[in-house]
Design a protein around this ligand. Structure first.
Ligand SMILES: C[S@@+](CC[C@H](N)C(=O)[O-])C[C@H]1O[C@@H](n2cnc3c(N)ncnc32)[C@H](O)[C@@H]1O
Length: 194
């Protein structure tokens, strides 16, 4: 399984977040859902061996973890407004114990530390100042953590650094979260063909 965890520092935890303002009123939910598309979609198909957890830390009731599991998703759309509807529905059903709000969409009251505690695979932090990913040996089953428009906070960095096996960069430029995921998938697809 290839896993991605993305921290959405401002991402709304309200089931009523505005579908017409995903970038603004919903706290960059657009960025998170574009990241989900990069993690889960290939041409005309879903990556069944991939999942992404979006850690929503915005108001009114953080934290919430939304886990999208490729092996369970049905009729997942590349249209982020449609996917935002799935997230909104999941936010109606937040509980401490993770539950499946709709096929492949899991929701729980968990922050970054608890999400990472639930991942057994080796964890790699994707960061602009890391080691070139091409120089790092990575297994087929691996997890990656990324941030949104801002860097991880000091506290989040401390949490990640206790678990990670490496900090990697995918290239010389600071790029968007979804692009970093797409490049990472490509690097691993080359090493571990599907
Ligand atoms: C837009 S960047 C973060 C913003 C940037 N650090 C800043 O404050 O200007 C979004 C995320 O994508 C990942 N990322 C961006 N460029 C990367 C690179 N060259 N290598 C690895 N990860 C990268 C990191 O996880 C980063 O936090």
């Amino acid at each position: 399984m290839r896993r991605f965890v993305v921290v959405g520092h401002r991402a709304s935890t309200s089931p009523g977040f505005p579908l017409d303002d995903l970038a603004g009123g919903a706290g960059r939910m657009d960025l998170l859902l574009n990241a989900a598309n990069a993690a889960l979609l290939v041409s005309h198909d879903i990556r069944r061996d991939a999942e992404i957890t979006l850690v929503l830390l915005g108001p009114p009731d953080p934290p919430v973890a939304i886990r999208l599991a490729g092996e369970r998703l049905q009729s997942y759309s590349p249209d982020i407004r449609t996917d935002a509807g799935l997230v909104r529905a999941a936010l109606e059903r937040v509980s401490r114990i993770e539950r499946e709000a709709s096929p492949g969409v899991f929701v729980s009251r968990r922050g970054l530390a608890e999400v990472l505690d639930g991942i057994q695979d080796p964890l790699v932090e994707l960061r602009e100042d890391g080691k070139d990913i091409r120089e790092v040996e990575l297994p087929r089953d691996v997890a990656f953590v990324l941030s949104d428009t801002t860097d991880l906070t000091e506290e989040e960095e401390a949490t990640v650094s206790r678990k990670r096996i490496a900090v990697c960069r995918v290239g010389p430029r600071s790029i968007h979260t979804d692009d970093a995921i797409a490049i990472t998938h490509n690097e691993l697809d080359r090493r571990h063909p599907p």
